[in-house]
Design a protein around this ligand. Sequence first.
Ligand code: TYD
Length: 209
Amino acid sequence: MTSRLISFEGIDGSGKSTQIDLLSAWLTERNIEFVIVREPGGTSISERIRDILLDKQNLFFSGESESFLFLSARAQLVSEVIRPALESGKFVICDRFIDSTLAYQGYGRGMDLSQLEAMNNMAIGGCVPGQTFLLDVDIENSIQRRSGNEDDRMESAGVKFLSKVREGYIQLSTQFSNRINLLDSTEVKSSIFNKITTQLCRVYGDLNV
Ligand code: TYD
């Protein structure tokens, strides 16, 4: 059976939250049990790690240290929330998961991809997403959509970094094409959402009601 773990990925300002909100309402209407988590965060330990990771005062983060902290937050979230929810038959909707690390720390920061994959595997212990929706947006749109919100440490990393992350995500969608669905985030919200629910109904027969 396909894992009921569903992740949403994309660069900042790609519209993940909007689609997650729509999905949450859609699942509620169908009386389907689910939990929503965001990364980094979702447990009290992981939220504290999040504060360290996104704090703009932490100027001299090494790539290794940053990676370990993202992975540590993930390991805690999996053992405390995600695995128990999956074991009880619930859907789990993740706002970012393993692919964020590969895209941001791997393609963005240049950390070794196979090492990051091994670290991901250790953190998730088999909880691989059944489906991933990658909302692709160009850098200009991403920056425009974000304007008005103050940048956190990751968002301050600059346009060049963000371009590498975006390209990385696109490569990942080719590499893991059986799991990652690439969606154009400049399309109207309702049509993106239609694609998401069509795919979910195709993969999870019990949603098809
Ligand atoms: P957040 O405010 O949650 O961003 P968004 O609303 O765009 O999801 O901040 C999370 C930031 O951390 C975001 O810039 C992406 C980054 N990130 C990584 O670099 N690696 C990771 O493994 C994860 C989960 C997030």
